[in-house]
Design a protein around this ligand. Structure first.
Ligand code: F6P
Length: 328
C-alpha cells in the first residue's frame, strides 16, 4: 500500500472528547511506522489559519493515551467559515509541503473539511471524535463510551439522594440534537423516564407516567432529559410544570454539563481511537481521500465524507422498547 504520501497534518476541532489524544497518538505513530512526516496543528482550524504547527514524532505522543481532552487543543473556528480564512489555511499547508490532512472532530469539523476539500481539492480524512455519537457511517464516535460511563456514574450518585429524600430528579445530559447519550445512559442508570429529541411525547404523558409509577410503589424517580428537543431546551420550565402538576414528589434539577466531556477515556474509546487513527493513515497511503474512517459492525470502514453528515445515526427503536419495559 505504498503511495507518494510524505507529510501529513493532524488536528482536533470542535468539542473535545475523551480519546482524542489516543487518536492523535495512533495517527502520529502510524506515520512514524510508515516513514511519513507528521505535523500537529494546534487549536483546530484556527491553528491551520495561523500556521500554528509542530512536527510530531513517535515520542511526542508518549503518556497521552490515558488523558482526556486533546493536547493539540481545540476550537470552533469562525474564521474557517470564511473563504479568506480557508485560503490562509490552504496557503500554510502548501508552504509546509503537507500532502494531506487528518481532522478529528464532529459534524461541524467535517462540514468545514468538506467545503475546504471542494474549494482546494486537498486530500482530507476525518476521524469521528465527539461524545454525541451523532455521525452517520460509524457505529460509535470517539468519546461517546467514556461520556456514557461518566453520566451513569453521576446518576448513580444522584440516585442515593433521590432515594434518601423520596425525590424526583430531572437530569440533563448533553448530546446536542441526538438522544444517544440520554437513552443509553438512562437505561444503564435505571432511569424511570428518558426524554430524547427523536421522540417528543410531551409533558402530560410524562406526568401521567410518573403518577402511575408512584402509585405502583416507587418512592423516588430519575428522569434523564437530553439537552436537545423541545422539552430538553427548557428543563427549568419542565421542572416548574411538574411541580404544578405532580405533588407526590419534590422535584430537583441537575445539569451535568461539561463533566461529560472530561476524564480519562475508557478502554473502549482508547481502542476505537487507536484503530481509527491507524485506519486513517492506511487509507491515505492507499490513495483514499475525502472520506471518514468509522467502525461498522466492528470493522474499520471508510465512508464518503458527505455521507457522514447525512442525518445522524438513527435511534435504535428496540432500545426505546427496552427502556419502556425495564422502567415499569
Ligand atoms: O458536541 C459536543 C457537545 O458537548 C454537545 O453535546 C454540546 O451541545 C456542545 O458540545 C457544547 O458545546 P460548548 O462546549 O461549545 O458549549
Amino acid at each position: 500500500m505504498k503511495s507518494k504520501l510524505k507529510k501529513i497534518a493532524v488536528l482536533t476541532s470542535g468539542g473535545d472528547a475523551p480519546g482524542m489524544n489516543a487518536a492523535i497518538r495512533a495517527v502520529v505513530r502510524s506515520c512514524a511506522y510508515h516513514n511519513v512526516e507528521c505535523v500537529g496543528v494546534y487549536r483546530g482550524y484556527e491553528g491551520l489559519i495561523e500556521g500554528d504547527f509542530e512536527i510530531l514524532d513517535a515520542r511526542s505522543v508518549k503518556n497521552i493515551i490515558n488523558r482526556g481532552g486533546t493536547f493539540l487543543k481545540s476550537a470552533r473556528s469562525k474564521e474557517f467559515m470564511t473563504k479568506e480564512g480557508r485560503q490562509k489555511a490552504y496557503d500554510h499547508l502548501i508552504r509546509e509541503e503537507i500532502d494531506a490532512l487528518v481532522t478529528i472532530g464532529g459534524d461541524g469539523t467535517f462540514r468545514g473539511a468538506i467545503v475546504f476539500n471542494e474549494e482546494f481539492d486537498f486530500p482530507i480524512v476525518g476521524i469521528p471524535g465527539t461524545i454525541d455519537n451523532d455521525i452517520n457511517g460509524t457505529d460509535f464516535t470517539i468519546g461517546y463510551d467514556t461520556a456514557l460511563n461518566t453520566v451513569v456514574e453521576a446518576i448513580d450518585k444522584i440516585r442515593d439522594t433521590a432515594n434518601s429524600h423520596n425525590r424526583l430528579f430531572l437530569i440533563e445530559v448533553m448530546g446536542r440534537d441526538a438522544g444517544d447519550i440520554a437513552l443509553n445512559a438512562g437505561i444503564g442508570a435505571g432511569a424511570e423516564e428518558i426524554l430524547i429529541p427523536e421522540q417528543d411525547l410531551g409533558r402530560d404523558r410524562l406526568v401521567e407516567s410518573l403518577k402511575r409509577s408512584k402509585k405502583s410503589g416507587k418512592s423516588s424517580s430519575i428522569v434523564v432529559v437530553s439537552e436537545g428537543g423541545q422539552i430538553g431546551k427548557n428543563i427549568m420550565g419542565l421542572a416548574d410544570y411538574i411541580r404544578q402538576n405532580l405533588t407526590e414528589y419534590e422535584c430537583k434539577v441537575t445539569v451535568l454539563g461539561h463533566i461529560q466531556r472530561g476524564g480519562a477515556p475508557s478502554c473502549f474509546d482508547r481502542v476505537l481511537a487507536s484503530r481509527l487513527g491507524v485506519g486513517a493513515i492506511d487509507a491515505l497511503l492507499s490513495g483514499e481521500k475525502d472520506i471518514m474512517i468509522g467502525v461498522i459492525h466492528n470493522k474499520v470502514t471508510s465512508v464518503p465524507f458527505k455521507k457522514s453528515l447525512e442525518g445522524s445515526n438513527k435511534i435504535d427503536q428496540s432500545l426505546i422498547r427496552v427502556a419502556d419495559i425495564i422502567s415499569i
